[in-house]
Design a protein around this ligand. Structure first.
Ligand code: F3S
Length: 275
């Protein structure tokens, strides 16, 4: 049996950078915390906790010390509030997310109604909403795009991890909503690369293993894409692998979301090889 890794998988640039920043700002006395989990991966969050980087879910949970803004970013009022509370703010927002946030702000400042193409509940999207200000809608499907009212000036940005194909579909559905439309395609290449590599590998193997947090949007999307082509299992750790999945097969493909640590990918790879 052959085990093949996707050409692009695992930590993206923004996640590597955020973890490096968090480690550089660790405090063994518990006074350094990320606002929300640094990435959607429980194993990595646990490891950072042991290294002196805790997690808070709200600024209210912190009285002093250093708050680290994770790669998903936050709205402008969070920076202002942290400063007003006397907290040291360390910004690990991914530069691509920052670009999406500032693009939304720029479109709003041009007097445009801003449509953010993305998942409403995703923290990154919620931060982009805040940078866009009041005149904004989040659209996740072409049907939702069709329901957007016509406006004189329209601006479109995207969640960085959104699928390029679905973004095009949604933009097409928005084209008749205004005579003045500006589209800023703020999808980062890490997502496209991982999706393209996963799709390609899924077409060559019998089973795909997709590794990453069950709460990770980009990992879930990789699993959905692979499932269209071959039998696919989404797991968080090597312990979840089951022998029965690999009966009578020749090739196993492995991919992992942008928030999946290398050490977990290696464990899964080795266990699949042993199988
Ligand atoms: Fe940044 Fe793209 Fe990763 S937006 S956090 S490099 S998936």
């Amino acid at each position: 049996m052959e085990v093949i890794l996707a050409d692009y998988l695992g930590f993206c640039y923004g996640v590597k950078r955020a973890i490096k920043i968090a480690r550089e700002n660790a405090a063994p006395d518990g006074s350094a915390c990320t606002l929300g989990p640094i990435i959607h991966n429980p194993q990595m969050v646990e490891r950072l906790k042991e290294e002196g980087v805790g997690t808070i879910s709200s600024l209210d949970d912190m009285k002093r010390g250093r708050v680290i803004i994770r790669s998903h970013g936050v709205g402008p009022e969070t920076y202002a509030r942290a400063e007003a509370m006397g907290l040291e703010c360390v910004d690990a927002t991914c530069p691509h997310v920052k670009k999406a946030q500032l693009s939304a702000k720029e479109l709003a400042e041009e007097g445009r109604f801003v449509v953010i193409v993305g998942e409403k509940e995703h923290p990154e999207v919620q931060s982009i909403v805040q940078w866009a200000g009041g005149s904004v809608a989040v659209v996740e499907t072409a049907a939702e795009a069709a329901a957007v009212l016509s406006v004189p000036k329209l601006g479109i940005v995207s969640q960085t991890t959104f699928s390029g194909r679905r973004f095009r579909e949604i933009v097409s559905a928005l084209l008749d909503k205004s005579r003045d439309i500006r589209v800023m395609r703020t999808i980062c290449t890490a997502t496209d690369q991982r999706q393209h590599a996963a799709r390609e590998l899924a077409s060559k193997v019998d089973v795909m293993i997709v590794i990453g947090g069950k709460n990770s949007a980009n990992t879930t999307r990789l699993a959905q894409l692979c499932a269209k082509t071959c039998r696919t299992y989404h797991i968080e750790t090597a312990e979840e692998l089951q022998l029965a999945w690999f009966d009578n097969i020749e090739k196993i493909g492995i991919t992992a979301g942008a928030s999946t640590p290398d050490w977990i990918i290696k464990e899964v790879y080795k266990k699949c090889q042993r199988i």
